[in-house]
Design a protein around this ligand. Structure first.
Ligand SMILES: [Zn+2]
Ligand SMILES: [Zn+2]
Length: 224
């Protein structure tokens, strides 16, 4: 009998995800299999589900902010052992041969493989991933808080690092939601966006509380 798992799959763009019984992931030679503990939802997941991004795999399992524990280690590799807690990000594989890959800029690879788009992602009980693109996760973050760092957090951190190199003092993160936190927090919302404004205020109030506790340097909110 083939072992199965439950997963949320996209039969056709524009339709709701459906709970589906799928075979357990069969790992490739560099792949680990993890039991999923948490998976964030990114705007890109919604673009895939809504069909804004053309479908590449019928019945895809979205989700690319995946936190889980290794249940099968890679047969060729050895970065992770059974029981390790790891994160699976959006970039799930690259060609290793193009100019970008050869120049250690594989995030720009000409033929990338994306988690939850080209291969099944984390809206499932189990997921497989190429361990060379996975992250070891520090204990300081619990599963739920670590998940969004694997896409939005990662991109924001990269932008932060690049700006820091150029000496920028203030960094604007647009559309990052709760991940956009830093030394100074400015929340921008659209005029009349009554749903986002209380959320932005809440985030800023948390930042102000952290400021009073001495954890950050400053906080401000701009509302139209
Ligand atoms: Zn994402
Ligand atoms: Zn490449």
């Amino acid at each position: 009998m083939v072992a199965t798992m439950q997963a949320m799959t996209l039969a056709r763009p524009g339709e709701p995800l459906r709970m589906t019984e799928l075979p357990m992931p069969v790992p490739g030679e560099h792949d680990i299999v993890i039991r999923v503990l948490a998976c964030g939802i990114c705007r890109t997941d919604l673009h895939i589900i809504d069909g804004d991004l053309p479908p590449r795999v019928a019945g895809i399992v979205p989700g690319h902010e995946v936190v889980g524990r290794v249940v099968t280690a890679a047969c060729r590799g050895g970065r992770f052992r059974i029981g390790d807690r790891v994160g699976i990000p959006w970039l799930g594989g690259t060609c290793g041969r193009c100019l970008y890959c050869m120049g250690h800029r594989e995030n720009l690879c000409d033929t990338p493989v994306f988690t939850g788009y080209d291969r099944h992602g984390g809206f499932a009980q189990y997921a497989s991933a190429d361990e060379r693109f996975c992250f070891a996760l520090p204990d300081g973050y619990d599963d739920v808080h670590a998940a969004p760092l694997l896409c939005a957090g990662l991109i924001g951190y990269r932008a932060y690092r690049l700006c820091a190199v150029s000496g920028a003092m203030r960094l604007g993160l647009y559309g990052f939601g709760a991940v956009a936190q830093g030394q100074q927090v400015y929340a921008f919302t659209r005029a009349g966006d009554r749903q986002s404004q209380p959320f932005a205020l809440h985030q800023a109030n948390e930042a102000i509380a952290a400021l009073r506790a001495g954890a950050i340097n400053g906080a401000a909110v701009l509302l139209p």
